[in-house]
Design a protein around this ligand. Structure first.
Ligand code: ZN
Length: 299
């Protein structure tokens, strides 16, 4: 099933739904960063959440989900932005990409234990003005529940959030998710139907592994609610790093630090933590950055 996101609102206007398949996104991130299975499950859920919430972005807006936790993973970051009007770009990384913890009592990845106790910070950056930042304590570290807590407590939107990653011996078998959000004035019938559907929900990754597409996943969470036509989005792994950005980061170290670097036998090399692309700088290139800094100081 190719990666795809869909969204729709109920015909009554009482709720909105976004759902999707993110198997390729999670697979590519896992491969680039050589994630352990437990970290694949944890980061895969956060990447899926960023993709789903990314559907609401406009123009150059950006959404960042950051988790800091006491567990062995240490922290997770996922970012989403629009690559074009109908394509969501997503990237993310884990602070400790290769840790593992034993399966939990139900034989599932113990994401809650690997993440631990901590907080979730959500940053919405706009084209102009200050970003909106919301922070909530982690509910369980299982990611889906934490995102639902954030939406309810920080954005005042009661939501049902289902996220899942299925890992087998070959790698990522399926990944995806669905989020249903109540809109202002939602009636009791809608709330009741969403609760019933959530209670009966087959785990989304299991649905996708069995062949469900984004629309089927959305309908599994909307139950018998009549929906308006779906809008479809593509989603894929993307990165925002560039040689220019790495150069800017190097320059920020300052003239003295760079001069010291240019004397050392090993010249600087930077690896992007999101895509793992490597950027090398020769002695001459470091020298050129130093001279540019010096000219700027003189000017
Ligand atoms: Zn990168």
């Amino acid at each position: 099933m190719p990666d795809r996101l869909v969204n729709a609102t109920a015909r009554t206007g009482s709720c909105s739904l976004v759902a999707g398949v993110t198997t390729g996104l999670v697979e590519e991130t896992t491969r680039r960063q050589r994630l352990s299975p437990t970290v694949s499950a944890a980061l895969g859920r956060l990447l899926s959440a960023a993709a789903l919430l990314g559907v609401g972005l406009k123009g150059p807006e950006r959404l960042t989900l950051q988790i800091v936790g006491s567990g062995p993973i240490g922290g997770l970051v996922a970012e989403a932005w629009l690559l074009d009007a109908t394509t969501v770009g997503v990237r993310g990384y884990a602070r400790h990409p290769r840790v593992d913890v034993p399966l939990n009592g139900r034989g599932k990845f113990d994401v809650g234990r690997a993440v631990g106790i901590g907080r979730l910070q959500v940053t919405r950056s706009y084209e102009i003005g200050q970003p909106y930042i919301g922070i909530v304590p982690l509910a369980s570290g299982e990611i889906g529940e934490d995102i639902a807590t954030y939406l309810r407590d920080s954005e005042q939107i009661p939501s049902v959030v289902a996220l899942g990653v299925l890992v087998n011996n070959e790698g990522i078998a399926a990944a995806g998710g669905a989020i249903a959000q109540l809109l202002p004035g939602a009636d009791e019938a809608t709330i009741g139907e969403l609760e019933r559907a959530a209670g009966a929900l087959v785990p989304v990754a299991t649905q996708i592994a069995a062949g469900a597409d984004a629309e089927a996943v959305a309908r599994s969470l909307s139950g018998s609610l009549a929906l308006k036509p779906f809008t479809t989005y593509d989603v894929r792994f993307a990165c925002r790093c560039s040689r220019e950005r790495v150069e800017t980061a190097l320059a920020s170290l300052g003239r003295d630090e760079l001069l010291k670097m240019s004397m050392e036998p090993e010249t600087p090399e930077a690896t992007c933590e999101f895509c793992q692309d490597r950027y090398y700088f020769s002695r001459d290139e470091v020298g050129a950055i130093v001279r540019r800094l010096e000219r700027r100081q003189l000017g």
